[in-house]
Design a binder for this molecule. Structure first.
Ligand code: DP6
Length: 353
């Protein structure tokens, strides 16, 4: 059924039937989810259609970066409407939201169109808006609004279809997403350790404003198709993930940090060698990386860096070193803004029908 057919059916059902409209007003829920930072990176898909990652990843959910999403299925709407931070979403952005809503409608056997209102409650500086927290919040709000009561694993699977890193944001604390086997749609993330497991901080150093030029979805696909280092990356990544998992369990920051830095530099090397090359680094990225090394080498502060598909540098350290790390990054040439995050909570549905 096409979207328009489905929507018309939805409107016919609702219109002129006071009872249905009243019921439909209940098809509404709000959810919050936090962004996450991968300690062991995901880069590359083993199945593009099912959006399955080719490598395992491990993340920390971040408390400071929250997306709140409300989904309301309304019989009087004839198509889905998506508001994103106060503006109408369109094009690719809206398409990915509608795709997730279609999966929920299919599971709930319903036909109504929805209004989606999403707000990123991120601190002022731009460049952090996250598809991970966005799709995790959307998955939780949309399923609950449709009357489905799903497990975390089911939500994680739904979020993963839209964005694999979003599968991890369903859970709080420290989270693992295994690699996917082609054709198997059941892949979901799972919690490794709760938030209180370890008093770590992730200090974010923002080095640029605005949107990155090559998004992760297209960047990793380009790497898979053209980078001579792609296979080497896919072979090495599970080793970094295993080390990181063990170091997390043992609360061994040096082992964790070293494997984390290798994971990020290996994926960036793979991306850089793509055709055309994908270079996320800015001068301030390198300056921040130098600051992190100096903190370790000159001041003996165990601080380790990771970068996603963008120019910002995120630095993992102990709770008691967070202020010193933040100050050092704040003084670094080209760093625009810093922010300290703790391990964050799982997705939460705030208001259900
Ligand atoms: C570099 O989850 O955004 O941040 O599944 O195509 O939506 P899609 O990709 P996405 O990729 C995130 C890549 C990364 C590393 C990571 O978060 O693991």
């Amino acid at each position: 059924m096409t979207r328009t057919q489905r929507s018309r059916k939805g409107s016919r059902r609702g219109r002129g039937k006071g009872r249905n409209e009243k019921n439909a007003a209940g098809f509404r829920a709000t959810a919050t989810a936090c962004a996450n930072i991968a300690l062991a990176k995901y880069w590359g898909k083993s199945d593009v259609e099912l959006n399955l990652p080719a490598v395992p990843s491990i993340s920390m959910t971040l408390d400071g970066l929250v997306t709140e999403t409300t989904v309301a299925f309304e019989p009087w709407l004839d198509h889905d409407v998506v508001h994103l931070d106060g503006r109408y979403a369109s094009g690719e952005e809206a398409r990915r939201v509608v795709e997730l809503l279609d999966r929920v409608r299919e599971a709930a056997r319903m036909h109504m169109a929805a209004r989606v209102v999403t707000e990123n409650r991120f601190p002022t500086a731009a460049g952090l808006a996250s598809s991970a927290s966005g799709f995790a919040a959307l998955a939780a709000a949309a399923t609950r609004a449709a009357g489905l009561v799903w497990t975390d694993a089911q939500l994680s699977r739904l979020a993963r279809r839209s964005s694999a890193s979003a599968a991890r944001s369903i859970f709080g604390g420290f989270v693992e997403l295994p690699r996917g086997r082609p054709g198997r749609d059941s892949l979901a993330a799972r919690a490794l350790h709760p938030r209180g497991h370890w008093n770590l901080r992730m200090v974010l150093a923002l080095t640029a404003k605005g949107k990155k030029k090559v998004g992760s979805t297209s960047g990793m696909e380009r790497s898979r198709r053209t980078s001579p280092y792609y296979e080497a990356w896919v072979e090495a990544a599970p080793k970094y993930a295993r080390r990181i998992k063990r170091a997390l369990a043992d609360k061994h920051l040096d082992r964790l940090g070293r494997a984390m830095e290798q994971s990020t530099l290996a994926f960036h090397a793979c991306a850089m060698a793509s055709d055309p090359g994908i270079i996320y680094f800015q001068p301030a990225t390198l300056a921040a990386l130098t600051t992190v090394r100096r903190l370790r080498e000159d001041r003996g502060i165990p601080a380790y860096a990771t970068m996603d598909a963008g120019p910002h540098v995120k630095v993992l350290c102990r709770g008691r070193d967070a202020d010193a790390v933040r100050r050092a990054l704040g003084r670094t040439e080209g760093v625009l803004h810093t922010l300290v995050c703790r391990p964050g909570p799982a997705v939460k549905v705030k208001r259900a029908r």
